[in-house]
Each structure stands twice: as C-alpha cells, then as structure tokens.
Ligand binder design. Structure first.
Ligand code: ADP
Length: 428
C-alpha cells in the first residue's frame, strides 16, 4: 500500500477514491477505522465523519486512522498520507482542517521531507478553483456563494490563507498560480523558500486539472497532503514515475452489475430535486414518503415496500423524501429539523435493508447523511470502487451475506437531472 487517505465525510471518501481509480490506482474504501486486516490495494481510503464534530474528536479520530493506515502499510511504510476535506473548505474558525493538519504533521514529523504540507481544495471539474489563495465556487467567491448560509459551516471569507491561519498553529503561506504555471521545478523552489521563511503549510492555487498535476508531482515526496479530491487525479502518475506502483487500467473494474434495482433519495438539494422530478417525468415508478405520517407513527416504510414489491420485477423503483426548499422549511418548522431528518433517515435505511434482504442488488442512494444511514443499516464495512457515474460519484461494490451488492452513493449536489437513470444504465 502506497497511499493512505483520511476523508472527513462519507461521500467525500467515495469522491476521492473515484479520482484515484480513474487514474489507475487500485483503491479500497473502509468505513471508520477497521478492527480487521486491511484489504489488498495500492491506496486505502478511511471514511470518517469528522467534519463537524469538536476539533479534539476530529484530531483523535484522524490520528487513529493514520495509525491504522501505517500498520496496514507494514514494513514498507506508508509513502504518503492524504487528508481529504470538502472542495468548499467546510470548517469553522475552531477547525477542523487546521487542527487535524497540525496533528497529522506532528505525527509524521519523523518521515523524510517532513515539516511542510499544502492545502488545495480545488476541484475544477466541479467548478471549485483557487486563485491567489481565494476559493471560487463557479463564478462566485466562496463567501458570495450559497456556502455563506451553510447551517453548520458557514464560509464567509474566501481568502483561504486567512481561514486556515485562524485554525492552524503552523504559519500558512501561498503558492501562487503564476508559480504553478511555471511547472514542477518552480513549485519545488517556492516550497524551499517558504520552508526557509518558517512556513509549515501553503495554500496552493489551481484553476485547472493541469495545475493539480503539477502540484501532485511537485509534492509527491511530502509525507502529508491536505486537499479536496481534485489533487488525487495526478498522484498515480507521480507514484508510477517513482516506480512505486504500476497504474492499472482495470482499477475501476467491478464484477458485472445485475439484479433488481432501486433508488432511495433523502437529499433535498437542488440537484436531487431535479433528479427526482426527471425520474417522475419519465413515467418511472416512484413512492413519496409522507413525513407527517411518519411523525404520527404510521407504517410508512411498509407502504413504501409494498409499492416497491409491486413494481420491482418490471424495473427500478424510486423511494424518496426529497422536497423543494419551501415544503422542507414548512415540514421542519412543524416537526423539528433534526427530528424530521432522523425519521426520514431511519425510514430510508429500513427500506434499504428490507429491499436488499428481498433481493435488490443495485442501489442508488442520494444524500450524504442518507448514504451514511443506509450503509450503516446494511452493516457494510468495505467498498471496492468502480467506474465514475459523474465527477465525484463512482459505482461501488460491497460484499453482503456472501453476495455482491452494488451501491452508488451520491452527495446531494452532484450529478445532472438524469443521474438516477444514467447510473442504472451503466449496469446490466
Ligand atoms: P445532502 O447530501 O443533500 O446534504 P443528506 O442526506 O446529507 O443530503 O441530508 C438531507 C437531510 O434531510 C437528511 O437528514 C434527510 O433525512 C433530511 N430530509 C430529507 N427529506 C426530508 C423531508 N421531506 N423532511 C424533512 N427532512 C428531510
């Protein structure tokens, strides 16, 4: 094993794993820090849920993941560790990106080339770019984007040097785009200057995949990288150039996907609302969960299952709680946002488990928290990563009761309107 990735949330873990397999690295994903033996792979991604927990907990969990990854790498040792966070740098002034970066750098301080790392959330294929240290979401500065109103991690400053410095013990510098544009040697020179001036971390500009490849090559010998998923796209080539791995064109191959299929949607993002609408507009069977009935204790999951059973032999069924913003607000005001969310997650997890127990083998799930609840209900601990459906969302394969189960776990805002049908069209 060459690379150990610590991801601060679940769909972020599948996102970065998808980048790695796309570039030919055999990659496995484990959910939480496992007790058992590591799967055989060039890279292992540990999916944590540490983005919004208190900083001390995020540090503790990330260090536990690092120790497990180091043990998994065995005597050869881990060549590189990658701390994966959101491409919108989701965090608060108290953390968790800065404290986790500091702690991982401390823990890796005995490694060759230790003492310096970069921070690069750029993901140009999804509209996240960094220029002069400022993060853009599409055409807007991060602080002008919808992220300024995020309920847990409102991002009101697009200057990432300032944002990270507020969280980080080490001095935070900048590798500007004009340096990145000059290539690998210029980036390495800049890093040497920053080190000499006492900086421990630098935000790195990147506005296109070519910039990410330059950064990946220039930083492949650092023990720690911190980034969104974009930086991962250039790493397999950098590792191959050093003779550490042989990229495998078949890295994203899963067993032939087949069997009954279903779609479960618990995301209320704009993208997912459009996907649910497109599914219904195409005349495909869909069952809307009645959240008020759920709150009254009625057997809503059983009703959803009855509907699914009636249709599933003829093709996939959608079960959804997805609602537009105004309807969601009204429901949340009436029932409580946390309570309603928890009921919906529990209901969709129950439906997922019953469907899989009844023979469903291909499952598309929309929503980060929803995906977490479904995977937990199915007691899945390891995922193989397959081909990408869209940037950031791969098909994955799990083993359950001795049989394969294929899952597409979609973060709310990813994918075009046809995502559900497109995902299933890639399978048998
Ligand atoms: P996303 O990836 O879009 O953020 P998540 O699954 O992470 O999606 O979060 C969506 C949350 O909204 C979940 O907790 C889900 O249970 C909740 N939810 C979904 N539909 C409804 C609804 N109709 N009423 C109330 N809460 C809902």
């Amino acid at each position: 094993m060459i690379l150990g990735v610590i991801a601060d949330d679940f769909t972020g873990a599948t996102d970065v794993a998808s980048m790695l397999v796309r570039a030919g690295l055999r990659t496995a994903l484990v959910i939480g820090v496992p007790n058992g033996a590591p799967p055989a792979a060039d890279a292992i991604v540990v999916a944590l849920k540490s983005r919004t927990v208190p900083a001390a907990d995020a540090v503790r969990e990330s260090l536990a993941a690092l120790r497990w990854l180091q043990a998994a790498a065995g005597v050869e040792g881990l060549r590189q560790c990658y701390f994966k966070y959101c491409s919108t740098f989701d965090s608060t002034p108290a953390g968790n990106i800065g404290p986790v970066t500091d702690a991982l750098m401390d823990a890796l301080s005995d490694q060759p080339n230790a003492g310096f790392s970069i921070a690069c959330p750029a993901f140009p294929e999804n509209g996240r770019t960094v220029f002069r240290g400022h993060l853009f979401v599409g055409d807007e500065l991060l602080s002008d984007s919808g992220m300024r109103n995020h309920p847990l991690t409102p991002m009101t400053d697009a200057n990432l040097v300032r944002v990270l410095q507020a969280q980080c013990r080490r001095r935070v510098g900048l590798i500007r785009h004009d340096t990145v544009a000059q290539g690998v040697a210029a980036v390495r020179e800049r890093i040497a200057v920053l080190r000499a001036e006492g900086f421990g971390v630098a935000v790195a500009d990147a506005i296109a995949n070519a910039d990410l490849r330059v950064l990946g090559e220039a930083c492949a010998d650092l023990p720690l990288l911190t980034a969104g998923s974009g930086l991962a796209l250039g790493l397999p080539d950098a590792y191959a150039a050093r003779g550490w791995v042989q990229p495998d064109a078949q890295a994203a191959r899963l067993d032939a996907m087949h069997g009954p299929a279903a779609v479960l949607s618990g995301s209320c993002s704009l993208a997912t609302n459009a996907q649910v609408a497109a599914w219904q507009a195409a005349g495909k069977p869909a069952f809307a969960l009645d959240v008020r009935a759920l709150a009254r204790g009625e057997p809503v999951a059983e009703r959803a299952l009855a509907c699914a059973r009636a249709h599933i032999a003829n093709g996939p069924v959608l079960v959804f709680a997805t609602a537009p913003a105004d309807a969601l607000k009204a429901l949340q005001a009436e029932l409580g946002a946390a309570e309603a969310g928890a009921w919906v997650e529990a209901c969709l997890a129950q439906v997922a488990l019953a469907l899989v127990n009844a023979g469903v083998r291909r499952l598309v799930v929309a929503g980060g928290e929803t995906s977490g609840a479904v995977v937990q209900a199915l007691a899945i601990s390891t995922l193989r990563i397959g081909p990408a459906i869209c940037p950031g969302v791969p098909w994955t394969q799990a083993e359950r009761a001795g049989a394969p189960l294929w899952l597409a776990l979609k973060s709310g805002n990813f994918g075009g309107p046809g995502f559900f049908a497109d995902a299933l069209a890639m399978t048998a």
